[in-house]
Ligand binder design. Structure first.
Ligand code: ATP
Ligand code: MG
Length: 651
């Protein structure tokens, strides 16, 4: 047995030495220029969050900042506010009235700009339209739409009248939509005739009709006319959006919501299993997303902010809609795919709209790397001043590529760790003051108490372990919809008194946090607990590799052997010689213990519809088992191809 402490939860093997100090001119203009906020927040967390909440508009002020009876938190108790009012009405009093709120780009090239005043009127009208359909406070409204302005309008209209929205990603199947509608017992569905993705029509209404065959709670369906797609209109149930909007007033009183009234339900990506209906409420959530948008993205009045996430994921809820709009920012929204009509579509949009802050996911960055630097090179990206990433651990090599080829070597990169459950970013650099290390999300934000602990729940000062959150935070989930037992079991039972994230992390000697992926994916090789993330990063460090997914499979001698699935960059060839080189590369970067037993080259990895690698399916393949639940998988064909290829190679 190798020498290690018995309580060590995950071994930390990979060492990354590069550091990036914030450029002087960035620091000089930064919203947060010094570290005092961390100390203030730590000393008096309630007062700290109350001060930030005070920057929102409240109809009635709260009388208690936090009521905490584990696992139930109530923030800003007694306060009343409205989320749509905070995103819209309050900006109409000054110069933001005619500022662009949404600049929308359709995949075929159409474009629409809505000012705050435009967006206000559209939201008010649609809120009245919903009321006309009988939607009342507390009702659940399902939304299944392409990335078009009406998606944001629909959410804000729900918020305005106190209805709870449940957005289901437009790329999900009819079955997934049906399950989510039934779980939330929604009585209205808002959809569109269709949308565009990679030049194809996504037949949303058609799929919705399929789902609606088994959703008895739905009474009304509202259909936006996005294109001229032919759809079946079910008389009495279905209504065209534009017809409902005809003649309704463009003013609708915002419902004064209790701080703890529900704002939305959103199902997690389903990387690890059955999606959970995460519940978010109003006052704490709005405070959290407002503050983190301002700090992490260093928002300035003149910024053009583009978060590329689909609104169907939490990143889109918090950082396309509620966070930036509460800050009065100009938000870019794009309907389609990054490689349509060509692999420079994102960079074309950045150049055309002068995007200054850009936030995307590691999966996208690894795709850009795979396609090659010539694509961003075709465009002038000098408007960019800050880059962000979220969704998975980012391999240091991908981070550096992003900083160089997209950020021109001068933009800070904020790696932001958070979850659907956390509602807001919790671990992230503050770009004006944090020295960056590629691959590290750096430190918990002010007011956030994140810790790495061992099996026994004891703090790990330096090394690997489990990531937990020790103090409630304003935007935290308030439960799993309709399932309080699962809520307690999932998040509050592993370690007493603290929230368990399900992720592994290591803390380095400078107190920086490095996310290691899901603890379910950690591999136990000859007594070492190795994170998939570190082996993947060592592989991606090799100049030919674009992306890698690593799993541990059962092995007669070692217990577990490492199997690696590798995608090479465009124009690079993959053969057994490269496989040997890659194995040696891992040995050089990490050590013998992490040497992959086998490497399978593949054009694609199995991913969730939000782009996260699904290692549990790869593990099934590597162990020759029947492949588990694939309902949240983006492209089932990838798994079928991989399984075949793996079996051929194993012979
Ligand atoms: P499910 O919980 O249903 O399995 P999911 O966890 O993929 O799905 P999300 O809430 O969308 O659903 O994702 C949150 C997870 O994404 C985090 O727990 C973490 O594993 C990963 N993640 C997000 N941001 C980062 C980041 N910056 N670095 C590392 N991991 C990240
Ligand atoms: Mg999760």
């Amino acid at each position: 047995m190798p020498d290690r402490k018995p309580s060590s939860a995950i071994d930390a093997l990979l060492e990354e030495q590069r550091v990036y100090v914030p450029p002087n001119d960035f620091r000089d203009k930064a919203t947060i220029k010094d570290e005092t906020m961390y100390a203030q927040a730590a000393a008096e967390p309630d007062a700290f969050w109350a001060k930030i909440a005070g920057e929102l508009d409240w109809f009635v002020k709260w009388n208690r900042v936090l009521e905490w009876r584990e696992p139930d938190a109530k923030w800003f108790v007694g306060g009343k506010l409205n989320a749509s009012y905070n995103c819209l009405d309050r900006h109409l009093r000054g110069p933001r009235k005619n500022k662009a709120a949404l600049i929308w780009v359709g995949e075929p090239g159409d474009r629409r700009t809505l000012t705050y005043w435009d967006l206000y009127r559209e939201v008010n009208k649609f809120a009245n339209a919903l009321r006309k359909l009988g939607v009342a406070k507390g009702d659940r409204v399902a939304i299944y739409m392409p990335m078009i302005p009406e998606l944001a309008i629909a959410m804000l209209a729900c918020a305005r009248i106190g209805a709870v929205h449940s957005v289901v990603f437009g790329g999900f199947s009819a079955e997934a939509l049906r399950d989510r509608i039934n779980d939330a017992q929604a009585n209205v569905l808002i959809t569109a005739d269709g949308g565009y993705r990679r030049g194809q029509i996504v037949p949303l209404k058609h799929d919705a009709d399929e789902a609606l065959k088994g959703t008895p709670s739905i009474h009304h369906v509202v259909v936006v006319k996005r294109g001229s797609f032919s759809v079946h209109i079910h008389e009495g149930r279905d209504h065209w959006w534009h017809e409902l909007m005809d003649g309704v007033s463009d003013h609708c009183w915002p419902e004064p919501m209790e701080s703890e009234d529900m704002l939305y339900i959103l199902y997690t990506s389903g990387t690890t299993g059955k999606p959970k209906g995460i519940v978010h409420t109003t006052g704490g959530y709005m405070t959290g997303v407002y503050a983190t948008t301002k700090w992490v993205f260093d928002l300035k009045e003149e910024d053009v902010f583009w978060c590329t996430a689909d609104i169907g994921w939490v990143t889109g809820h918090s950082y396309v809609v509620y966070g930036p709009l509460a800050n009065g920012a100009t938000v870019v929204m794009y309907e389609g795919s990054p490689d349509w009509p060509d692999k420079d579509r994102f960079w074309q949009i950045v150049e055309e709209l002068g995007v200054s802050v850009f936030y995307t996911a590691p999966t996208a960055i690894r795709a850009f790397m795979k396609w090659g630097a010539e694509w961003p090179k075709k465009h002038k990206l000098t408007s960019l001043r800050l880059l962000g990433t979220v969704g998975e651990p980012i391999n240091p090599e991908a981070w550096v590529w992003y900083q160089e080829h997209i950020g021109g070597g001068s933009c800070p990169v904020v790696d932001t760790w958070w979850q659907t459950e956390t509602g807001m970013i919790l671990i992230s650099p503050l770009p004006g003051i944090t020295t960056l290390k590629p691959g590290s999300a750096t430190k918990p934000l002010p007011g956030i108490s994140a810790e790495v602990v061992n099996e026994q729940g004891e703090r790990v000062p330096v090394g690997g372990g489990y990531l937990v959150l020790k103090r409630p935070w304003p935007a935290m989930l308030r439960g799993i919809y309709g399932d309080p037992d699962r809520y307690r079991q999932q998040y509050w039972s592993r370690f007493p008194g603290v929230y368990f994230t399900g992720d592994g992390a290591k803390r380095d000697k400078d107190g920086y946090l490095w996310l290691l992926g899901r603890v379910d994916d950690v591999m136990n090789v000859a007594g070492h607990r190795i994170s998939t993330m570190e082996v993947e990063s060592a592989l991606v460090d090799h100049p030919t590799v674009a992306e890698a997914a690593v799993v541990g499979r059962n092995h007669d001698l070692k217990g577990t052997a490492i199997a690696a699935f590798v995608t090479v960059k465009e124009g690079k060839s993959s053969d057994s010689e490269l496989a040997e080189q890659l194995k040696e590369h891992v040995v050089k970067k990490i050590g013998k213990i992490a040497r992959p037993e086998e490497i399978l080259f593949t054009a694609d990895l199995p991913k969730t519809r939000s782009g996260k690698i699904m290692r549990r399916l790869l593990r099934d393949i590597a162990e020759g088992k029947a492949v588990g639940d694939t309902t949240t998988l983006a492209d089932p064909a990838v798994i079928a191809r991989l399984k075949q290829k793996y079996e051929e190679q194993e012979g």
